[in-house]
Design a protein around this ligand. Structure first.
Ligand code: SF4
Ligand code: SF4
Ligand code: SF4
Length: 337
């Protein structure tokens, strides 16, 4: 190797090393979290208003053509005549669960009380399911923020099942093509100007639909009013002309579930019992999607170093390779010219 060649190589290696050094800082930095679209629609579930009637579960099934779900241990007495879903599944997009403690005497009380909780997709602001889906089958609408699922695009890899911090997407094992089931905010109904089925049917307004900005104001009003204040709880869709549920403000616990979890969601929860007791997962404010994509990009960035080193080596190899028109080419060595 001549001096010039050596310098070329060292320059290439130095460039590669510089490329490798920068990402050590970038490695710790996630990409910025995504923002909620200004026109985003969402849902408020107020556990204190829920009476556990499960009308929302039945309406969700009917609106989304979901078959009944009967756990095996209940099938004997149920005789497959009544839906008795115990959790989200390939056939169940929403479910009402109950918290019970001690004597189970009083509703919305942590000790010796009980409370209801509704589970379905929270339509994350920066959804992990969208981030991990390799074929774009999970999509977030840029206007409404609804996270939708395209069964035709889905390849059944189940990355979304493992990626969701709230345990929402369910793989339908009974479907020969293994599709995913999750709430899509009844977007097919919304297209026709209708209210999502669970909110439309809820008799108390426990499940309330509306623009997220308006729901946030509604939440603020409820939390600002002292317990016992008379209150007209809207039903169906916020701003809709529907008779309200007239009652009083309950004793809410502090906090709004879904406001910050996983970078924020378009479904918000109010309750009288701490959220972890209601079975809502404890999820930090960092969007897992922003963290994972930040790490991914850092890894790609790191790959620049070996690529640059490879380019340097390729350059040198090319420089040192014999040229067809040079004196020392096989042609000249053959001495036949
Ligand atoms: S709750 Fe899960 S399935 Fe729903 S948008 Fe968030 S990551 Fe996706
Ligand atoms: S919005 Fe529609 S799909 Fe989602 S839980 Fe309510 S009824 Fe079911
Ligand atoms: S319909 Fe309303 S009150 Fe009845 S279980 Fe569902 S959320 Fe609760």
């Amino acid at each position: 190797m001549t001096d010039v060649d050596r310098r070329d190589f060292l320059m290439g290696a130095g460039f590669a090393a510089a490329g490798a050094a920068v990402p050590t800082e970038a490695a710790a930095i996630a990409r910025p979290p995504k923002e909620m679209p200004p026109q985003a629609v969402g849902m408020l579930y107020d556990s204190t208003l829920c009476i556990g009637c499960k009308a929302c579960v039945a309406a969700c099934k009917a609106a989304n053509n979901m078959p009944v779900d009967i756990p095996e241990h209940l099938s004997d007495w149920n005789e497959t005549t009544w839906d008795s879903a115990e959790d989200l599944s390939g056939h169940t997009l929403n479910v009402i669960k109950v918290y019970r403690n001690g004597t189970v005497e009083q509703k919305d009380r942590e000790i010796d009380g009980f409370a209801f909780i509704k589970r379905h997709c929270l339509h994350c602001v920066d959804p992990s399911c969208v981030s991990v889906c390799p074929v774009g089958a999970m999509k977030k609408d840029p206007v409404t923020g609804i996270v939708s699922y395209d069964p035709d695009a889905c390849i059944g890899c189940r990355y979304c099942v493992y990626g969701c911090p709230f345990g929402v997407p369910q793989f339908d094992l009974n479907n020969p093509f293994g599709k995913i089931a999750k709430c899509e905010f009844c977007r097919h109904l919304q297209k026709d100007g209708k209210v999502p089925a669970c909110c439309d049917v809820c008799p108390t307004g426990a499940s309330l639909f509306g623009p997220v900005k308006d729901l946030e104001q509604e939440i603020e009003r409820r939390l600002a009013a002292p317990a016992g204040t008379p209150y007209r709880f809207p039903r169906g869709k916020l701003g809709e002309d529907r008779p309200p549920n007239v009652g009083t403000i309950p004793s809410y616990i502090k906090g709004i579930y879904g406001e910050h979890e996983a970078g924020g969601t378009q479904v918000r929860y109010l309750a009288g019992v701490p959220f972890p007791k209601l079975g809502l997962p404890t999820v930090g404010p960092q969007s897992p999607a922003s963290l994972a994509e930040g790490v991914q990009h850092t890894i790609y960035y790191w790959l620049i170093a070996p690529l640059v080193a490879f380019a340097g080596l390729a350059f040198l190899a090319r420089r040192n390779a014999p040229r067809p028109d040079a004196d020392n080419t096989p042609k000249s060595q053959g001495g036949r010219s």
